[in-house]
Design a protein around this ligand. Sequence first.
Ligand code: SAH
Ligand code: SF4
Length: 360
Amino acid sequence: MEKLDCRACLEEELIEICLENNIKKFRANQIFKWVQQKGAHDWEEMKNIGKEDREKLREILYLQPLEIIREQRSKDGTRKFLFRLVDEESIETVLMDYDKTLSRDRQTICLSTQVGCPVGCSFCATGMAGFQRNLTVGEITGQVLEVMRYLQKEDPEFKVTNIVFMGMGEPFLNYEAVLKTIEILNSENGQKIGMRRMTISTSGVVPKIVQLAKDNSQVGLAISLHSAKDEVRDNLVPMNKKYPLAKLIRACRNYQSITNRRITFEVALNNQNTSREEAKEFVKLLKGMTVHVNLIPVNPVQGSRVKRPSNKEISVLKEILEAGRIPVSIREEKGVDIEAACGQLRQRLECEVYEPINQN
Ligand code: SAH
Ligand code: SF4
């Protein structure tokens, strides 16, 4: 029988597994806490579970920690982690604004959901590097568990409080895994991260927007809009050819009518989408919806021809949106010095030999 991934199991699934294997039901609660609350790396760590049960469990479930093989620290406090996966693929995860002297009530981690990304946006390093595969539930939850465990060595009180699915990959092309990860991270006996403290960002996979409204109306939704004109958006976000703006906005309105939640729209400002005309189109497109628009001057990415606009152009666009009563903010990115900002994540194993830095 193929072993199951322990990090991908909900507590109720562990209960079933225990009962099927003649292990007392309360063990499921202990295992879940060891795995999802403490981030255990091995069955040996689970001291309150008898050896016999541990050996039985080892036969049924596998516990596969992710290797952190590199940590980078930005001067603004952002940290970036490079993980090596079992098949030698690699992914990056970012902890924004981390600084132990700052408030502990907001520690936001930016998770990857795929190795690479098939969408191929023209300004994004992840997209430019192509697509390898979806991440598993264990690999997505694992990013939170490993970062937590690693940083608790410096600061035993450290806790991740907010999650954004804005790392490598398109979360809605790995929908089932992302939704299960959210359920696990939200669990009472796990990390207990509030649903409203988690946000999924999508390039616009329309059927999944409506699906999310039905499956989970608590988690936040961000749409990578980037342009209000199909001919421009087709170039920036190739997903637009499949799901053009009219369909995308219809799905967003539908989502809002079901959930009543505000939607965040992201616009990576560049030389193709920062004009007065574009700003007026944004106002028309978003009229009547409850939204917040985040303007992000595009971060530099090697090999991309997309350029950052001038500050003057950015403020003109912002003023037009404000005049159209659209709540808007300009977000300067974090961690640009270590290539940890939006769109700068990529696989980076190249030919260096790395040793894991988070064993034990
Ligand atoms: N694939 C999802 C989530 C990951 S990308 C999505 O596209 O929404 C996270 C955010 O970074 C998206 O809004 C994306 O458009 C933005 N982004 C990508 N490359 C960027 C760059 N070079 N500068 C600024 N933002 C970028
Ligand atoms: Fe994929 Fe998002 Fe990058 Fe586009 S911006 S290539 S959807 S990760």
